[in-house]
Design a protein around this ligand. Sequence first.
Ligand code: AMP
Length: 385
Amino acid sequence: MPSQLRSPLLPGSAIGVLGSGQLGRMFAMAARRMGYRVHTLSPDEDTPTGQVADLEINSCYEDLDRIKEFASGVSVVTFEFENVPAATAAAAAECAPVRPSGQVLHTTQHRLREKTFLAQSHFPVTPFRRVGGLEELAQAADELGLPAILKTADFGYDGKGQFRIRNPEEFSEAWNAIGRREAVLEAFIDFECEISVIGARSIDGEFVHYGPVENRHRNGILDISVAPACVPENVAREAVEIAHAVLDKLEVTGVLCVEFFVARDGRLLINELAPRPHNSGHFSFDANVTSQFEQQLRAVCLLPFGSAVQHTPAAMVNLLGDLWSEGEPDWHAALSVSDVKLHLYGKSQARPGRKMGHLTALAPTTEQALQDAQRAREQLRRSAD
Ligand code: AMP
């Protein structure tokens, strides 16, 4: 690698972010606090990231000339959204370093590629089969057993593009429901809990981590994260070791989240990877010496990592658009829980299931933090009465 590509990018440099949602927004906040400039590109306008960036470019990801122009105006390109096409990452890489690399994106943006990579690298992964049609679905279900979950191979997130199959009569409905496209059938895991480990890796292989964090989902969408997770020490250690090995194997320069199922017998199975800061790490903004977002900045700018130590037990609850169904939530009431921090993403349209913001509670114990976060969220809802 040419030596200038190994030089740290110091404050004052411009960072390019592909994607413009809340992850980019919190990244931009961390970056601007440290004196960096942030440019963001996505097909949308007045975006969560754009509202706090120095420059918001409105373009589709397929306009490779615009992508090159965008990358030429910054010192490094990163992303907050893994469904950026491979050709986009490649075009950007002609003009600026892309961190993590387009190769990491390519592997992790497609369930089948991701799971195949994990299985071939001998990481523990939920049993799965590729499904290209109804016959293959029946065959896969025969091999894995039912219930099982059919998931689209690409563009799936927050439980979208998924169908839980309980019996063979549902094969056809499931195949239609996911749009009759390449898919993965996964064994249904009757898990004890779900955890995640967010790791950050430097270009030289230095590693820091957040986790494990315990995650509870509702309708396939993350609802609550509790940090640190209450799991046996050996499970916690193994989860961190696996996450470390995954980041090494993918040679990530940046942040990547590994989501796990903890099976009833204590076994860990990887559910999925996200090559960017993750919703389950939002607590780190308030509860850690260095947040996951600042760590991403430090990694892509080739700067030393800050301490990832968590100074206070924390719980985070997501605020979905459903909370707005009866009008504006009661912010005043929620903020009367004094150890709770409010984060809103600046989205003007509140749709059901859309992530609008989150609350993080900090307390002497995770139990207390969880109670406080949930109580504050309840207070928001009361306004609807
Ligand atoms: P995903 O978008 O694949 O992460 O799925 C969203 C959520 O659905 C997960 O966090 C789990 O709560 C649940 N889920 C997904 N796959 C499985 C599975 N194979 N077994 C049990 N629950 C699952």
